[in-house]
Unconditional design. Structure first.
Length: 341
């Protein structure tokens, strides 16, 4: 039995069927706009009343970092879910003749967006972490003289290489430049002046990898279900759900560990409301809690409902909440790190 959908505009038993495509497009545009407003307006809102100084151009940098994170999630999720799809036995796909087709890749577009975002962030580093007023202010050669500059250049080149790999005959090779982006982000988030920077980088490495697999994987899984028969779609979504439980546990554990390194337990409650970083972190925690609740709801439907694919409803809401969580992560990277009292 295949997953069939009514033709847009075709008459149903109670009149014409509403065009679902238009409504879905509007919902996506609204979510994208909301996700963009979080990093753009977030720094001022988070810093209000804290007495902390705002970094010049913090909103723009937070938006660029959000685009970079999203550009990382999309290809990582595609590689992950395509690997899960290939691991399914052919008998579970319901076709009897191999695995069904996968949707058209978005990796090339994601690589282009990631390259542009990384280039913008590199230009900020090249001007001494200030927003350049003109091209002449950008000291490209100076990037090679600092650790942050080298990491910024690594991300620019990695996204460029990822795009070339995505357009090649072996798109799976983009896993290596994408891994380089994750490593660069983990190192950038923890400068050498920090206490035990390698521990912090290790936590960020695991956190970012699992988050990208979770968010990007769910997005690609839902896109794949639109092309697969119901039996195959239910099998793929069930396999993803089992792995997602482990990813959620890893994201939670590493997130808590990273937060406690920057906010000692005895100061957490005060800093969650009294510092910009704490406020943004609290917003992200609430978003992740919503995501976890939606994931549990989808898993219940997947296991107990007569039609397992009714789990797609809460799963789509989960993707939207994950997108907002990615925007909150971009915001966190531009806010001053709390002082260890």
């Amino acid at each position: 039995m295949t997953l069939t959908r009514p033709t847009p505009g075709a008459p149903g038993p109670h009149g014409p069927v509403r065009r679902a495509g238009a409504g879905r497009a509007v919902a996506v545009l609204v979510l994208v706009a909301l996700a963009a407003l979080i990093p753009l307006l977030g720094p001022s809102a988070a810093l209000h009343g804290t007495g902390e100084a705002e970094t010049p151009g913090a909103g723009g940098m937070a938006l660029l970092r959000t685009v970079l994170f999203a550009a990382l999630c999309i290809p990582v999720g595609e590689l992950f879910v395509n690997r899960l799809a290939r691991s399914l036995p052919v008998t579970e796909t319901g076709t009897g003749a191999g695995h069904p087709a996968v949707p058209h890749t978005w990796s090339l577009f994601a690589a282009a967006a990631g390259f542009a975002a990384a280039l913008g962030l590199a230009s900020v580093v090249a001007t001494g972490n200030l927003v350049p007023d003109e091209v002449a202010d950008i000291d490209v050669g100076g990037l090679y003289a600092s650790r942050d500059g080298k990491l910024a250049l690594l991300e620019v080149n990695a996204f460029l290489l990822a795009g070339l790999c995505a357009a090649s005959r072996r798109p799976v090779t983009q896993v290596w430049p994408l891994a380089a982006v994750v490593v660069a982000e983990a190192l950038r988030a923890h400068p050498t002046t920090e206490h035990s920077p390698l521990v912090g980088s290790g936590l960020t490495l695991v956190h970012l990898t699992c988050a990208a697999l979770w968010a990007g994987g769910l997005l690609h899984a839902l896109r794949t279900l639109r092309l697969w028969p119901r039996t195959a779609g239910a099998a793929l979504l069930g396999l993803y759900a089992r792995v997602a439980v482990v990813l959620l546990a890893a994201v939670t554990a590493t997130g808590v560990g990273s937060s406690l390194r920057r906010m000692p337990p005895e100061t957490v409650l005060e800093q969650l409301t009294g510092t910009a970083y704490g406020r943004a972190l609290l917003a992200k925690v609430l978003l992740v809690a919503v995501v976890a609740a939606l994931a549990v709801w989808a898993r219940r439907r997947l296991r107990r409902a007569a039609d397992p694919l009714t789990a797609c409803g809460p799963a789509r809401a989960e993707v939207a909440a994950l997108g907002l969580a990615v925007a909150a992560s971009g915001l966190l990277t531009t806010l001053p790190v709390p002082i260890r009292w």
